[in-house]
Design a protein around this ligand. Structure first.
Ligand code: UDP
Length: 493
């Protein structure tokens, strides 16, 4: 990575959109092909800049890496820059993130001092980006951290899209406060993109709002097909499975070369390795209170462990590896302390795992293997923008139990592809749901197959990229505010 004191330019690969022929149904394929064919002239001489605050860790970085590579493969000059920040800045933006989800986070305010600090850190990045822009370039600003760049990019003559990946189903005062904080920065954008209709903020011109649900890359190290042998070899190479056989802990890298898992994961407390033959329940997510790792662990210990022989793995990134997430280390420590407080018999069936982050694709391959090893995947979030981990698990044919929250409810069809929990805090209901699927493995497997079909139809990259290409083309074509037609939204149902 080319690190400068200011913006970091993240290298992007080039992937051919052709790869998807055969994966999509004919209608999807046609729409995708048409969008790609239109790119040629329309995007000539323009750069499509993407701005966010981390190159790895979390869903946004995950999506950008592959979508931008397919965009480049389609002939778009897509670039990715990451703004720098200080610990104080990331503490404020994490607070904004929590408030956007309706939660108080660290309990601190979003007042005049925070506005000032936010502006102070983002101003140099805004200046630097402005110097790189040419009129007609497109700038897509992702999430609160770089939101301030919307106004300056617009003033520099770019077509600007504010892309908000977080939101909540029913806004509260905290969310409204965060909207008020950010709105002056994002208001000048030409389009506001949200993952769900319900996430669109009050006080934005509804005519400029477009809904674009996220997606996954079917071929990335995170989601590519792995044989059973690869799964067990990767788990063994990462020190997660008891058999020491590491014949081929390999995966296909984005650039076509073969990657090998060499770095070990960390098993916290006195967690042993994952079982070879007992059923395994898994949650993978950042160490964030809103993902409720504590609830996943305690609900399993109290309601599942006494009535089954299943094991649980709670998995996240190594906490040094995610630059814009200052709470990670605390949350991991809290979860570890809770594990240590459990009786030894239960403790032996719960595995608290953090994964190496030095090599993003190696990390992804380990996540892939863990998700494929799972019999049931849970995502017991208290708040969730979309929940890519749900998409990933469904794509791998796993039944998923998730909370009826945010984008999780757009993905899981209860009773068909998994189960939805109405009350995120009801640990008994969570335990019952896990026990229900453990008791009927044939039904669980059928749910997995249905889930995979659903992701193929609605949540793969081509649908996502098509929507962006259509939106950008419409914005470039209109020139005038409010005169464009919104690109068609996908039918999520
Ligand atoms: N993830 C990962 N390594 C980890 C933990 C999580 O690559 O050790 C990924 C996970 O597979 C998913 C993303 O981080 O792709 C999390 O996205 P999601 O939408 O679930 O939540 P977010 O982190 O954006 O709140």
């Amino acid at each position: 990575m080319d690190a400068t004191p200011g913006l970091t330019h993240v290298p992007i690969g080039v992937l051919s959109p052709e790869r998807f022929s055969g994966v999509l149904d004919p209608l999807q394929e046609e729409r995708f092909r048409a969008a790609v064919e239109r790119v040629g002239k329309a995007f000539e001489g323009r750069i499509v800049w993407n701005v966010n605050s981390t190159a790895q860790g979390g869903g946004v970085a995950e999506m950008l890496r592959s979508l931008l590579a397919y965009a480049r493969g389609a002939g778009v000059d897509a670039r990715w820059v990451v703004i720098p920040g200080t610990p104080d800045f990331f503490a404020i933006t994490k607070r904004i993130h929590n408030h956007l989800h309706g939660f108080p986070g660290d309990g601190g305010p979003l007042g005049a001092a925070e506005r000032e600090a936010y502006r102070g850190v983002t101003e140099p990045s805004a200046r630097e980006l402005t110097e790189l822009l040419r009129p007609g370039d497109v700038v897509i600003v992702h999430d609160p951290q770089p939101a301030a760049l919307c106004r300056t990019a617009k003033e520099a003559g770019a077509v600007v899209i504010w892309r908000c990946h977080v939101g909540l189903d029913r806004p509260n005062d905290l969310a409204r406060g965060a909207w008020d904080f950010l709105r002056p920065h994002v208001l000048p954008a030409d389009a506001y993109v949200f993952s769900r209709r319900a996430y669109a903020w009050e006080g934005l011109d509804g005519g400029r709002v477009t809904v674009v649900p996220p997606s996954i890359d079917a071929f990335s190290s995170k989601n590519q097909q792995l044989s059973e042998e690869q799964v067990s070899s990767i788990l063994a190479a990462a020190g997660l499975s008891p058999n020491g056989e590491t014949a081929s802990p390999t995966f296909a890298r984005e650039d076509g070369s073969t990657g090998t898992v060499v770095r070990p994961a960390t098993l916290h407390g006195d967690s042993g390795t994952l079982p070879n033959d007992a059923p395994l329940v898994v949650q993978v997510s950042r160490w964030d209170r809103l993902k409720d790792p504590l609830g996943v662990l305690l609900g399993f210990a109290t309601h599942v462990a006494p009535r089954s022989d299943a094991h649980l793995a709670v998995v996240g990134p190594s906490v040094e590896g995610v630059a814009d997430d200052p709470e990670g280390a605390d949350v991991l420590r809290e979860t570890e302390a809770a594990l240590e407080g459990l009786p030894a018999g239960v403790r032996a069936r719960i595995h608290l795992v953090s994964l190496p982050m030095e090599d993003g694709e190696e990390n992804a391959a380990i996540v892939n293997a863990i998700q494929r090893r799972a019999d049931i995947v849970v995502q017991k979030s208290l708040a969730e923008g979309f929940g890519l981990t749900v998409t990933e698990a469904m794509w791998k044919g796993r039944p998923v139990i998730g909370t009826r929250i945010g984008g999780i409810q757009d993905q899981i069809v209860p009773g068909l592809t998994g189960l939805l929990l109405d009350d995120p805090l009801d640990l008994r209901a969570y335990g019952e749901a896990v026990l229900t699927l453990l008791a009927d493995p044939a039904r669980a497997r059928e749910m997995g197959r249905e889930g995979q079909r659903r992701i193929r139809d609605q949540f793969l990259g081509p649908r996502h990229l098509t929507q962006y290409l259509e939106l950008i083309s419409a914005l470039m074509g209109s020139g005038e505010e409010g005169t464009r037609d919104s690109p068609a939204e996908p039918a999520i149902g």
